[in-house]
Design a binder for this molecule. Structure first.
Ligand code: V47
Ligand code: SF4
Length: 372
């Protein structure tokens, strides 16, 4: 079976020899090198990349595409940082907010009991500390003990843990005891200090981001990893970013999903940069799926690219559609995404996945199928 698949590539004379070599490695289940990843970005035609990415997707997830019933809480947009790509913080957003704990608890109360996960992330507020978030997590858990709390990006964690003058491990243990179940993938941007200096000079370094996630993984707290692409980075930077993640995953294995985030250019300091094309977006999903052979899941985050492109991404290696969201995130609508009030019903989610000839699977936060 596999050799027939490989031969298909071999017979396609328009595929240059070095790409055929990469195809054989991928089909044989071998890991590709960073320079081969760059070659895929530079020379890989979309159909060719799709076939290879789909091969990896099927090996890892068969025909299943996952989704979860979830909602977000974005506690504040008042931020000590001023990342140049960000349209969400009070520096650029037309609205400035800092929710009270009671307002956040009201959002939790308003969700129906089938909702399985809350994703809490926001800006780095100068006056908030680890004790504030510990109290918030405790109150949410006491209201909804069954709700999985995926909270606080490494950037928010670094700030509150350093402020408390404790180690990452002590900080994470303190929050875990209050109800922190996993960590979202935000703040990774691009792991290259020169690029970070240009786009997000004051936020956590690549090294600290990775150290926080690895500390969590050693403690049994799983997490996600994002990559912000389509701004001033090049293919080499994207591959370097994914190489660091792949190496880290080899060490501890705590990443659940990789989430490419397309830079959206409305209302921020990088508005002069054109957004990537659909071809570039699909190519990026495919190369990520091929390169990150040890990441179990690749997420097509529909509030960022819109429902039609998220559906299309299911043919480029994506096996996870995130969730129903219930109109609770503003990060992408403020940056110009088409989904101004992101909301997806379960039946819409399922038909979107079925339409792509995949099997919809409702999951919990750790990708256990919920059998319905
Ligand atoms: O780190 C900010 C990105 C991230 C823009 O773990 C932008 O399941 C594009 O991390 N254009 C936060 N992206 C969101 C995040 C996330 C999203 C979905 C799922 C998960 C998960 C995590 O949003 C930031 C930054 O990279 N971002 N501004 C922008 N203009
Ligand atoms: Fe603040 Fe996050 Fe926006 Fe950076 S991306 S300015 S850390 S809210």
């Amino acid at each position: 079976m596999e050799s027939v698949f490989t031969e298909q590539f071999m017979l396609q004379s328009r595929v240059p020899a070095p790409l055929k070599h990469i195809a054989c490695k991928v089909v044989a289940g071998e890991r590709i090198l960073p320079e081969e990843g760059i070659l895929l970005y530079e020379k890989g035609e979309l159909g060719f990349l799709a076939m290879l990415a789909e091969h990896v997707r099927v090996r890892l997830n068969a025909n299943d595409v996952f989704f979860i019933r979830n909602f977000h809480i974005e506690p504040t947009n008042i931020c000590v940082n001023k990342c140049r790509f960000c349209s969400y913080s009070h520096h650029f957003s037309p609205r400035k907010w800092d929710l009270t704990v009671e307002e956040m608890l009201e959002t939790v109360r308003s969700q129906d009991e089938n909702v399985k996960e809350v994703h809490i992330t926001g800006a780095v507020h100068p006056e908030k500390d680890i004790y504030y978030y510990e109290g918030l997590l405790r109150k949410i858990k006491s209201l909804r003990p069954d709700l999985h709390i995926k909270a606080l990006s490494a950037v928010e964690l670094e700030y509150i843990i350093k402020k408390a003058r404790i180690s990452y491990e002590q900080g994470l243990k303190f929050l875990q005891a209050a109800g922190l179940d996993s960590i979202p993938g935000g703040g990774a941007e691009i792991f290259d200090e020169k690029i970070r200096q240009e786009i997000c000079a004051t936020k956590a370094s690549s090294e600290n981001w990775l150290e926080i996630h690895e500390t969590a993984h050693r403690m049994g707290i799983t997490s996600n990893a994002t990559m912000l692409y389509g701004h001033i980075e090049n293919y080499g930077h994207r591959i370097k970013h994914m190489s660091l993640l792949r190496d880290s995953q080899d060490r501890y294995g705590g990443f659940n999903a990789f989430i490419p985030l397309k830079f959206r250019n409305s209302n921020n300091e990088l508005s002069g940069i054109s957004e990537t094309t659909v071809i570039e977006d699909m190519k990026n999903y495919a190369v990520a799926r091929i390169f990150l052979d040890n990441f179990p899941h690749l997420k097509g985050y529909w509030p960022m690219i819109g429902k039609p492109l998220a559906q299309l991404s299911l043919s480029f290696g994506v096996d996870d559609m995130d969730g129903t969201i219930n109109d609770t995130t503003r990060i992408y609508s403020l940056a110009g995404a088409s989904e101004q009030n992101p909301w997806m019903t379960v039946s819409e989610m399922k038909s979107l996945i079925l339409d792509a000839k995949r099997n919809p699977v409702e999951r919990d936060s750790l990708y256990k199928a919920l059998g319905n």
